[in-house]
Design a protein around this ligand. Sequence first.
Ligand SMILES: *[C@@H]1O[C@H](CO)[C@@H](O)[C@H](O)[C@H]1NC(C)=O
Ligand SMILES: *[C@@H]1O[C@H](CO)[C@@H](O)[C@H](O)[C@H]1NC(C)=O
Length: 428
Amino acid sequence: MSLARFWVCRLVLALFCCPVLGYKLRSNLSQSDFKPAREELGVVWQHCAVEGSECPCSGLVRFGEGDRWVAAEHAEGKLMCNVSTFQEDPAFNRRKECWCAVGQSGQTARASAGSAAIVTLSRHPPDLNTWIRYHLHYAGVEHIFIKSEDSPETAELIRQLPTEDQAKVTLWESAASLLGVSSSDSRPQDDYTTLQARQTAVMARAKQACEEMHIDWLIHIDDDELLYTPQHRKIGDLLAAVPTAFLQAYLPNVEAVYKSAEVQSCFMQTDKVNVNRYKFQSYANGKSAVRVGAKEVRPAGPHLWRDGLNQDLPSVHMDQEPFGPPIIVVHYESCPFSRWQDKFWELGNTSPEKVSQIPFPFYRTSISKMQICRSNTESGKDARELEMLGCDQASLMQFWSQWKTEANPSLTLEDLMPIHIPWEKIAL
Ligand SMILES: *[C@@H]1O[C@H](CO)[C@@H](O)[C@H](O)[C@H]1NC(C)=O
Ligand SMILES: *[C@@H]1O[C@H](CO)[C@@H](O)[C@H](O)[C@H]1NC(C)=O
């Protein structure tokens, strides 16, 4: 069901409750002066300008069209609604507009601030330090649950966090990594079925823990994903504005598009995402937030929750919100380049039957590429021969760039949306 429909009557109420809009409506009902307003999870936005004209607004302004937006604070009282002001184009080749945040709806003003936790099953995480700090210090996540597999370095990393951060991270280690031995022999990496079972087990365990800690919402994401809010609000506050009738919120995912194969710090060096799900290189069905107070619900795979009878939960779809999704999962897949190289080298011995079952062309192509390179390297081909086969470092980086950067020939400017994370303000 669409939350937009649910909000229609509430929006009418908001128009009269909110002093600014109420005054406008009472004082001048002429069509030309009427500025449309929309509510997005507790905040009322008012249309202030079309692209190329002046928007009277102090505070938070958003610029964009449809489901693509950037947002910025403006103190001056008015601004020119154009790409120069926002310094990025959220919707290339489309006529954009500006909306000004004019207040909170009555419902949100009454509601207490919400809390949200995330849970992940982590194995050789690419940059767990940045991932933790981003979610605690910027995204407004209250607590993090990490089940660590085969990665003793994770415990050490958490021990080195500031004390107040450590208190917000719960680490569960598998028995094998507690003993300091690798458990990878008993757990084939390409076994997606057992991976899902281990993910759902840790999701259920975290939900139980959230109940005890009185946390309102729980989201399962991977350690190469960030929860992003285009309007820079806190995840807990956004979810607190979801009406209590809904037990789950679907969050769509998008894919990071990297600057080049040289990128090392994938979270911090990326400022563009591909929002065209038909061109994704990995899954496209998003993740979901579950209301911790919901009884008898359980994970149905890593992407969603169902009730005790395996039926759908009453859910809101964030991508049907009036400005598109207010919370997005950004997937930083196969990054940095060296991580891709290691992963697919390992997967190079996957059987042809298994490869043909993988639904993603990028994965299949990467595996075949690595099978060629691995067998030729192991059979002792020299550097020149490997270069001829496209297996030298430069050729492999070129291969990766053709998928993971803007050099990807299937991506157009229309597929890309800028994301803006103020890393300089996040204590790392
Ligand atoms: C109502 O709006 C019209 C058109 O913008 C304007 O000409 C008129 O002066 C306004 N009336 C009042 C009472 O503000
Ligand atoms: C935006 O508006 C300013 C002020 O009018 C102008 O100088 C600038 O060239 C405009 N930028 C674009 C991209 O139209």
